[in-house]
Design a protein around this ligand. Structure first.
Ligand SMILES: [Zn+2]
Length: 203
C-alpha cells in the first residue's frame, strides 16, 4: 500500500530542493507527479514552488477549504498519477491532511509532504500537527545551528536584526528566518540566559 510521508525540518534545510529532485526522478522515468503548494506561494493564479538554489516549478495551490483528494482523484481518472508532492505542508488544514491520507489509502498513490514542524514561537502549525499524528512515515530533514548542533527551531529576525518574540504565525517574504538548536533558540527568544551566547543580535 502507498504511504503518507512527512519530511519535516526548520527553515533553510533544503526541503524544497529535495521535493523537486524527487519529483524529477519520477518524471525522468516517464511517470506523472502532481505538485501542490500552499496558496501563499504563487505567481498570478498559479502556485509556484521555488527552492533557494534557484530551481522552480509551477504547482497546484491548496487553500483553506480546498479538497486535494478530489483534485487528485479527478486527475488520476484520466491520467495515472504516480506520486503526489506537497510543499509548505505546515499550512494544510487538519482535514486536508486526512484527504492526503485518503489519496494513499484509497487511490494507492504515495503522498510526500514537506514542511516546517514549528513556527518561530516553537508552536506546531496546523498541518504539521495533523501530519505528525497520522503520517505513516516521518522523516527529519537535518540542518545545523551555527554552533554545529542540529537545528530544530527557527527564529524570525525583524528589520532591526532582532528575533521577534510575538506576532503573526505567517509573515512570508518580509522577514528573515534563521534555524537554531533549541538551546540557542531559547537564548534568542529571551527564555534562557545567554551564557555562551553566539547569537545574531550581538556582535
Ligand atoms: Zn546552537
Amino acid at each position: 500500500m502507498a504511504k503518507l510521508y512527512f519530511h519535516y525540518a526548520t527553515m533553510n534545510a533544503g526541503k524544497t530542493t529535495m521535493l523537486l529532485q524527487a519529483s524529477y526522478n519520477y518524471r525522468e522515468r516517464g511517470m506523472t507527479t502532481m505538485l501542490f503548494v500552499a496558496g501563499h506561494y504563487r505567481k498570478g493564479d498559479t502556485g509556484l514552488i521555488s527552492s533557494r538554489i534557484g530551481l522552480e516549478t509551477e504547482a497546484e495551490m491548496f487553500r483553506d477549504g480546498d479538497d486535494p483528494f478530489a483534485r487528485v482523484a479527478e486527475h488520476h481518472d484520466h491520467t495515472t498519477v504516480h506520486c503526489v508532492f506537497v510543499d509548505e505542508a505546515q499550512f494544510l488544514e487538519e482535514e486536508q491532511a486526512w484527504q492526503l491520507a485518503r489519496i494513499a489509502d484509497r487511490l494507492d498513490i504515495p503522498v510526500m509532504c514537506y514542511g516546517l514542524r514549528t513556527d518561530f514561537q516553537g508552536k506546531l502549525f496546523s498541518g504539521s500537527r495533523a501530519l505528525l499524528a497520522i503520517a505513516d512515515d516521518l522523516r527529519e530533514v537535518r540542518t545545523i545551528c551555527r554552533c554545529g548542533r542540529k537545528a530544530t527551531m527557527v527564529v524570525r529576525l525583524g528589520a532591526d536584526g532582532k528575533a521577534a518574540r510575538q506576532g503573526e504565525q505567517v509573515a512570508i517574504g518580509k522577514d528573515v528566518y534563521v534555524s537554531l538548536c533549541r538551546r540557542h533558540w531559547e537564548e534568542e527568544m529571551g527564555r534562557a540566559a545567554p551564557d555562551d551566547f553566539i547569537g545574531f543580535t550581538k556582535a
